[in-house]
Write a protein that binds this ligand. Structure first.
Ligand code: NDP
Length: 241
């Protein structure tokens, strides 16, 4: 296989596990990081050991010009991506009456703005290939809403709308576009959440692992998933049924 997948936010957490999982299944990988270049380099070493071709891009997904410049150069040099996993994301929780402008702006600009800033520079080259896969990370919070996360829920619900619209636009070019909506997953993002208390409300009584999310993403990249598009697949231990 000579298919290359860009995974944003693959220095850590779900993105890192997804990069490793896809590499194990034969994809070449474009890793991406913002601040944690060292961690991306560690992931790069793991992927090299899988015998795959791998490189790292570093940019801030909120910086539209930087995204456009770096991604355009990358595909000019190496060719179009087969797939993109729009994974980079942040939280900045606060009850809405206390929410600060920066908390709203940063979360919307990273999670939803990042969807546009990452995909817009690469989509035409994918369309020209008439073959491809896009997976974006939404969240249970985007499906149900969550207290203290008006900003995050808005960004993750926005991603679902964007995915459904884009899926319709590119379906005839043989490109599928889907969402994964994780529940509570162990990662740096959730390291300050009291998992022991919260797991009582999860039917499976535990947090999920990044690998369990990565395996669902991997499925959407498999030949078996070739007719699935515009969908939201939850990976949440039954948290929202
Ligand atoms: P982590 O906090 O572990 O990792 C976040 C990743 O996003 C890092 O690689 C980070 O890069 C990157 N990132 C953050 N901000 C930017 C930015 N401005 N520009 C570029 N890259 C950026 O998160 P998770 O692995 O837990 O989450 C991954 C995705 O899954 C997110 O979209 C999240 O919303 C979603 N999700 C996670 C859940 C969970 O329980 N963990 C639940 C539901 C959804 P770097 O380290 O280099 O700065």
């Amino acid at each position: 296989m000579n298919k290359t997948v860009l995974i944003t936010g693959s220095s850590r957490g779900i993105g890192k596990e997804t990069a490793i999982y896809l590499a194990k299944n034969g994809f070449n990988i474009v890793l991406h990081c913002n601040k944690n270049t060292d961690k991306a380099k560690e992931t790069e070493e793991i992927i090299k050991q899988e015998g795959r071709i791998v490189r790292i891009l570093q940019f801030d997904v909120t910086n539209r010009e930087q995204c456009r410049e770096i991604l355009t150069k990358d595909i000019e040099k190496y060719g179009a991506y087969y797939g993109v996993v729009v994974n980079a994301g942040i939280t900045a929780d606060n009850p809405f009456p206390a929410m600060e402008d920066a908390e709203w702006d940063n979360v919307i600009n990273t999670n939803l703005g990042g969807f546009y800033n990452t995909l817009r520079p690469v989509i035409l080259s994918m369309i020209q290939q008439r073959n491809g896969r896009i997976v974006a990370l939404s969240s249970v919070s985007g499906l149900t809403g969550n207290r203290g996360q008006v900003n995050y829920s808005a960004s993750k619900a926005g991603i679902i709308g964007a995915v459904k619209a884009l899926a319709r636009e590119v379906a005839k070019r043989n490109i599928t576009v889907n969402c994964i909506a994780p529940g509570l997953i162990e990662s740096d993002m959730t390291s300050e959440i009291p998992v022991d208390k919260i797991k009582e409300i999860i039917p499976m009584k535990r947090a999920g692992t990044a690998k369990e999310v990565a395996s669902a993403i991997n499925y959407l990249f498999s030949d078996d998933a070739s007719y699935i598009t515009g969908q939201v697949i939850s990976v949440n231990g039954g948290l929202y049924l």
